[in-house]
Design a protein around this ligand. Structure first.
Ligand SMILES: Nc1ncnc2c1ncn2[C@@H]1O[C@H](COP(=O)(O)OP(=O)(O)O)[C@@H](O)[C@H]1O
Ligand SMILES: [Mg+2]
Length: 364
């Protein structure tokens, strides 16, 4: 099963439209596809014609219990069937309670719950397509952990481009931390080729992101809005619409570039160095003057065996710590002006033996 997460913290850029219509296009090509709705707003659930309030069970039942409990195996019980080849793991407003619960409790392995649940059905589907909420919280982290590939829909506008650069950094960082080869690609959406602004902005996106950008562009097409109202993927009722053609092109482009090939130019800053992996850890803090890293990989001696770089980014300073590590699981903390701190960007942390929390880095 190939698992794709559709991620962008900005709302209205076409995540849900992409999740549902890409899934529809893949199913129309004969693939077995699961849409996973991780947004408490349940837009993908609605777009496939299910009323979230009328469903007795949804992803909450599966994700509310810790990894290792039987809950993960319940995924197949909560699935809904849109057609033979297209199934849905529905959402509901209770997922927002789950987000709060997991965030507040800092529960063990709280970002691995979706991964564990999807592992129970991976023989049943060729693709899982995860629709994410418009923020990078614990639900999106679950999607990123579960996925091998990330698609970032991007509406051609200056603000959107700015936001997406930050998002790419976050994804690369997470990808480093969990030691996975998450491949990230950008999908231009809501494109209106009649305006000069859109054409110029698309050219800029291609220049900025190069190979990271799909060749496919999703044009603005009112039929895509109609599809939501009908509760159907566009290809099932408007075969010749631009929206159908564009999502079919995306499905084709994806099938031509399987993840193994993509991994070679993954954006993660990890590269193989001998048997070790080179890991780039980034820490940003406007107030700090001295930042070091210490962990079981360097005997908890701050910055021992670490190459350290400092860059100015606007008014902020960003520290990059380069580590060469063999595959394994490591615990670490940053030492910021002498104070030992958990990594603020890493959701994976465990209580340290002398109080506080150690962040966890898995190198695969
Ligand atoms: N290519 C498109 N053409 C026309 N309307 C679109 C297109 N993509 C998305 N929309 C519409 O824009 C709105 C936001 O899209 P949506 O997929 O819900 O974004 P997100 O999930 O990122 O918030 C919806 O009303 C949707 O129908
Ligand atoms: Mg959405």
């Amino acid at each position: 099963m190939r698992t794709l997460a559709i991620v962008n913290q900005k709302g209205g850029c076409g995540k849900t439209t992409t999740a549902v219509n890409l899934a529809g296009a893949l199913a129309a090509d004969g693939h077995r596809v699961l849409v996973v709705d991780m947004d408490p707003q349940a837009h993908a659930t609605l777009a496939l014609g299910f009323d979230p309030e009328a469903l007795d069970e949804n992803l909450y039942e599966v994700l509310a219990e810790p990894v290792g409990s039987p809950a993960a195996g319940r995924l197949s019980d909560v699935l809904q069937r849109w057609s033979e080849g297209l199934h849905l793991a529905p959402s509901g407003i209770v997922l927002s309670a789950l987000e709060q619960k997991l965030t507040a409790e800092r529960a063990e392995r709280r970002t691995e719950r979706l991964e564990a649940a999807l592992a129970t059905v991976h023989q049943d589907y060729d693709y899982a397509v995860i629709d994410c909420p418009p923020n990078v919280g614990v639900l999106t982290f679950n999607a990123l952990r579960a996925a091998q590939e990330v698609i970032v829909p991007l509406e051609p506008s200056d603000f959107a481009i700015h936001g997406v650069q930050k998002l790419l950094e976050t994804v690369a960082l997470l990808s480093d931390r969990i030691g996975s080869d998450l491949s990230v690609r950008i999908l231009p959406t809501l494109y209106d080729g009649r305006t000069r602004y859109a054409r110029d902005t698309l050219a800029e996106i291609r220049e900025l992101f190069g190979n990271l950008c799909f060749d496919t562009v999703i044009r603005s097409n009112v039929k895509l809005r109609e599809a939501v109202r009908r509760g159907q993927p566009i290809c099932s009722f408007a075969r010749k619409a631009n929206g159908t053609l564009d999502y079919a092109a995306l499905a084709l482009e994806l099938s031509l570039a399987p993840p193994a090939e993509l991994a070679a130019d993954a954006t993660a800053n990890a590269a193989l160095v001998g048997g070790d992996r080179e890991i780039a850890m980034r820490y940003r803090d406007p107030g700090a003057t001295d930042v070091r890293i210490a962990g079981d990989f360097n005997g908890w001696v701050p910055d021992k065996d670490v190459q350290s770089l400092v860059q100015a980014e606007g008014s902020e300073r960003v520290w990059t710590k380069l580590l060469n590590l063999p595959p394994g699981t490591y615990h670490y903390r940053y030492v910021v002006d002498g104070e030992w701190r958990e990594d603020p960007d890493n959701p994976n942390a465990v209580p340290g033996p002398v109080g506080g929390r150690n962040s966890v880095l898995v190198v695969r």
